[in-house]
Design a protein around this ligand. Structure first.
Ligand code: ADP
Ligand code: MG
Length: 245
């Protein structure tokens, strides 16, 4: 297999007549962190959602784990999706289930793993994110930052080979942001392949092995993270960095 976990070729997507992804060609390197940057409305969420089949597209191809997936082949996507974790801005926890039940649902019901094994793993992960005392709490009893930690644990317990994060700190109070970013940094150090959409530029600069910069549904620049931040090659990327600093 190539060192790219995802290869996107000539991908196009329309909402009605509006082209929201325009001839996208990108690669996502394996065991690295790729940060997706761009102004609001540039197509970041749409693009990251095509990576796990949540967003149908009009033309082009996506190759994941060496397998090319047809845009609308639901069966093929369903199999690939078991290898990908995703965390969104909204945590989407089940409100009527405790923290531990939220976390165990996927590994027990979908992956059919042993209860003993997954409970142990769940407790280890909860400890790692500082929530070891909250397994019997309900989502409504948690802060936004704590809920987001649970959402991250719920994704990680499935042992994903790829993690997608779409603005996971965007709806958090400022004092909660740091903790979540530290968790992501920690994951980055474990060589998990990650794609992260974020507006936290200091964080992006610290973790990005690769940057993809998007504007109006087009890739303006993609490449090495350090070069992007220190030496953007386009005026638009430069202006974007300026506006974010
Ligand atoms: P970003 O995440 O970079 O802010 P999005 O991917 O959410 O951008 O949106 C890209 C473009 O697609 C925007 O112009 C947005 O208005 C449009 N868009 C997103 N979702 C829909 C939808 N469900 N229906 C119509 N237009 C949409
Ligand atoms: Mg978005």
């Amino acid at each position: 297999m190539s060192e790219h976990l995802i290869e996107v070729r000539n991908l196009n997507k329309f909402y009605g007549k509006k082209k929201v992804l325009d001839e996208i060609n990108v690669t996502i390197p394996k065991n690295k962190v790729t940060v997706l940057l761009g102004p609001s409305g540039s197509g970041k969420s749409t693009m990251i959602r095509t990576f796990n089949g949540l967003e149908p597209f009009n033309s082009g191809t996506i190759t994941l784990f060496g397998e090319t997936i047809a845009a609308n082949n639901k069966k093929q996507w369903a199999i690939i999706q078991t290898r990908i974790g995703m965390v969104f801005q909204s945590y989407d926890l089940f409100p009527n289930m405790t923290v531990i039940k939220n976390i165990l649902l996927g590994p027990l019901k979908v992956q059919k793993r042993s209860r003993e094994e997954v409970i142990k793993k769940a407790r280890d992960l909860l400890k790692e994110v500082g929530l070891e005392d909250y397994e019997n709490a309900y989502p409504r009893e948690l802060s936004g930052g704590q809920k987001q930690r649970v959402a991250i644990v719920r994704a990680l317990i499935l042992n994903p080979e790829l993690m997608l994060f779409d603005e996971v700190t965007a709806s958090l109070d400022p004092e909660m942001v740091r903790g979540i970013l530290d968790i992501l940094k920690n994951l980055a150090n474990q060589n998990l392949t990650m794609v992260i959409v974020t507006h936290e530029m200091n964080f992006a600069r610290q973790v990005a092995d690769k940057v993809i910069f998007l504007e109006n549904g087009k890739i303006i620049e993609q490449g090495d993270g350090q070069s992007f931040f220190e030496n953007p090659t386009t005026k638009r990327a430069e202006a974007f960095l300026e506006s974010m600093s």
